[in-house]
Design a protein around this ligand. Structure first.
Ligand SMILES: Nc1ncnc2c1ncn2[C@@H]1O[C@H](COP(=O)(O)OP(=O)(O)OP(=O)(O)O)[C@@H](O)[C@H]1O
Ligand SMILES: [Mg+2]
Length: 368
């Protein structure tokens, strides 16, 4: 992925470099003649045009004499360096500080421009980082090229610095995403294993196992799909609820009632909360209000600020279903709600087997 981007930069750089070197070739006979050959006015005029051309380029460009003292720089170079070097005094590069790509300090007399002058060859394929006085670091690709007079003597060099901040930012973002992806894949596999083991333990028959296991994996994969669809890797709580409960809704919002403000859940919360909602829904359909015509599930939620922290309160209330008896067994659903949520996301869960209908309250600390 890097290659084509680099080659775009390099192609643009080559085009700019051609312009600069062509302009120099045009300009040099006058400069070389010290203005005596064809008249001082012509030299001045050529120099002005040469600098005008460099100034118009949106890329940082500067020149040095054969000893590395800076003789010219354009505005784009000032913008990149964050300072204006002293002409005829500042050496090698106008930046305040320089670093190698690995973050180690680079001495100015070791910089690519110094290398090009010392070794009398264009330097390509290097990267460096300039630190400005305000502390901002700008990664760049330099293109230092020695310049010669018509007699072939080295008279200085021209350097172009291509700011690659955007490319580096995209690369860092990509590396972060890949790390996050690996992390999520590992977590998901661990979850699938745990779900499989616990479902197997709680199932009396293979068919029972298959039904519960497939339902849980389906729900998990839906949450992941929602996370991938969303650019900011978050899912709305209402969407997670709809995902689970829409199948039981009668279309008139009589059986399933959802009420609460928009709340976006990051992936660390969305996956376990999605699983918990799946367990509550499945239980409601197996034993609770959704197992009977006329039964209702009402879910309300709010975000409250408590002791300076944001907390999500979710109330799950079942009504008009069969009379609820205290459970005689605890399966995967109870374990997930009562233990896993507390351990994974610090949630506080209370399940009340009220004879009129199950009630569950989940309180989850939200990120700042
Ligand atoms: N909504 C509900 N209404 C009435 N009883 C419920 C409800 N949810 C759970 N229960 C009771 O609580 C018990 C434990 O539920 P839990 O989800 O832990 O296990 P399970 O559903 O039986 O098995 P698993 O979740 O492993 O498939 C259930 O067997 C049921 O008796
Ligand atoms: Mg259950």
């Amino acid at each position: 992925m890097d290659k084509p981007r680099l080659s775009v930069v390099e192609t643009q750089a080559a085009a700019v470099e051609q312009k600069v070197v062509r302009a120099w070739t045009e300009f040099e006979p006058y400069a070389g003649a010290g203005g005596r050959g064809r008249g001082f006015e012509t030299l001045r005029e050529r120099e002005r045009r040469f600098h005008e051309l460099l100034e118009a380029l949106p890329t940082a460009i500067y020149t040095t004499d054969e000893n590395g003292k800076i003789t010219y720089y354009n505005q784009a170079a000032v913008d990149l360096w964050g300072c204006s070097p002293v002409l005829g005094s500042t050496e090698w590069c106008g930046s305040w500080k320089l670093f190698w790509p690995n973050g180690l300090p680079m001495r100015h007399d070791q910089c690519p421009m110094a290398m090009a002058l010392r070794e009398k060859r264009p330097i390509r394929g290097m990267e460096a980082i300039a630190e400005r006085a305000d502390g901002i670091r700008v990664p760049f690709i330099p293109f230092p090229t020695p310049l010669y007079d018509s007699a072939g003597a080295l008279v200085g060099a021209v350097n172009m610095l291509v700011d690659i901040t955007d490319r580096k930012r995209a690369e860092n973002q990509q590396a972060l995403m890949i790390r996050e992806l690996h992390h999520r894949v590992r977590n998901t596999l661990a979850t699938v294993q745990a779900v499989m083991r616990t479902t197997a333990r709680a199932s009396a028959t293979i068919e029972e196992f298959e039904e519960a296991f497939v339902g849980r994996i389906d729900s998990l994969s839906k949450t992941h799909e929602l996370l991938t669809e969303n650019f900011d890797q978050a899912v709305a709580l209402a969407t997670l609820l709809s995902n689970e409960l829409d199948a039981y809704d009668d279309g008139a919002c009589q059986r399933v009632r959802l009420k609460g403000p928009p709340v976006e859940l990051p992936s660390v919360l969305a996956v376990p909360i999605g699983m918990a909602l799946h367990e509550l829904t499945t239980n409601a359909a197996k034993y609770g209000s959704l197992s009977m015509i006329g039964g209702v599930v009402e879910v309300t939620w709010s975000v409250r600020i408590e002791s300076g922290a944001r907390r999500l309160h979710v109330e799950w209330i079942e009504q008009d279903g069969p009379a609820v008896k205290p459970p005689t067994r605890k399966g995967f659903g109870s374990r997930l709600l009562e233990h896993v949520l507390a351990r994974q996301i610090g949630a506080d869960v209370t399940v009340d087997y009220d004879p009129d209908g199950l009630r569950a309250r989940i309180i989850v600390p939200l990120p700042r």
